[in-house]
Design a protein around this ligand. Structure first.
Ligand code: FPP
Length: 243
């Protein structure tokens, strides 16, 4: 599918580029970014939130329909309590400072994963934020919170087993039970910081996504990096198993 990329980056501005409809990002490298600067890890996460702001804004500006970001995995509970507390604090701050913009910009906010395990006030803030964006009709921002793809697939299988005989369970039925069921198909999955893993993120959805691993640490990732990722996507030859 071709889409026109509106970009401020001269190298690609005005070119007709196949625009991914749905981009997902594993935002990795906050800790290393902080370490390089002799700062506490929390400073890396704080800078990571600024990158979230930059990249979500730019994704909207260039016309990406859906952006899914991995903010807290179901495995992140293994981190020290203090770091989990810092991440919860940043989530609170992000919602308080950015919700008005999301509402104004017509963003549909979605949460994937089970955020109910978060502190009560964070759950309330998140639920209120989702409700206040509920009437919006524009681009989707999906934030993965306490998300794990294997748990998502297990839940989907359980629900299917309850309502369908085995011979009626097919890929479409399974997809209808995934948390991404209302999102366009995943086109591009980016992981920052030089790690080459999916880390239990969108395993089913990534089946035919283009994967892009970049060395940039997440807090350094910005509009130009997203443009470069979109250009790289545009140059891939997607065959979906065909020739
Ligand atoms: C990975 O870096 C990043 C995370 C586990 C958390 C991502 C969270 C944010 C960017 C901020 C919160 C987001 C929102 C939407 C408010 P790492 O700590 O694993 O980095 P390292 O591998 O260098 O240690």
């Amino acid at each position: 599918m071709k889409g026109h990329l509106v970009s401020t980056v001269p190298v690609i501005a005005g070119r007709d580029i196949a625009l991914p409809r749905h981009v997902a990002i594993i935002m990795d490298g906050n800790g290393r970014w902080a370490k390089k600067r002799l700062l506490p890890r929390a400073a890396g996460h704080k800078a990571g939130v600024e990158a979230v702001r930059r990249v979500t804004r730019h994704a909207r500006a260039i016309g990406i329909e859906a952006l899914t970001i991995y903010a807290f995995s179901s495995e992140n509970w293994r981190r020290p309590e203090e770091e989990i507390g810092d991440l919860m604090g940043l989530l609170r701050l992000f919602i308080r400072s950015d919700l008005a913009e999301l509402v104004r910009e017509n963003v549909r906010l979605k949460i994937i994963g089970d955020h109910r395990r978060f502190p009560k006030d964070v759950v309330a803030l998140i639920d209120d934020a989702v409700a206040r964006c509920a009437a919006n009709t524009g681009p989707i921002l999906a934030i993965a919170l306490n998300y794990g793809a294997q748990a998502e697939l297990v839940r989907a299988a359980q629900r299917l087993a309850e309502r369908l005989p085995p011979d009626q369970i097919d890929a479409a039925a399974l997809e209808s039970e995934l948390e991404t069921r209302d999102l366009p198909p995943l086109d591009l999955l980016i992981r920052t910081s030089g790690e080459h893993r999916l880390s239990n993120f969108l395993l089913w959805q990534a089946a035919y996504a283009e994967l892009l691993f970049v060395d940039t640490l997440w807090p350094d990732f910005g509009a130009a990096d997203l443009d470069a990722a979109v250009v790289a996507f545009g140059s891939r030859n997607r065959r979906f198993g065909g020739l």
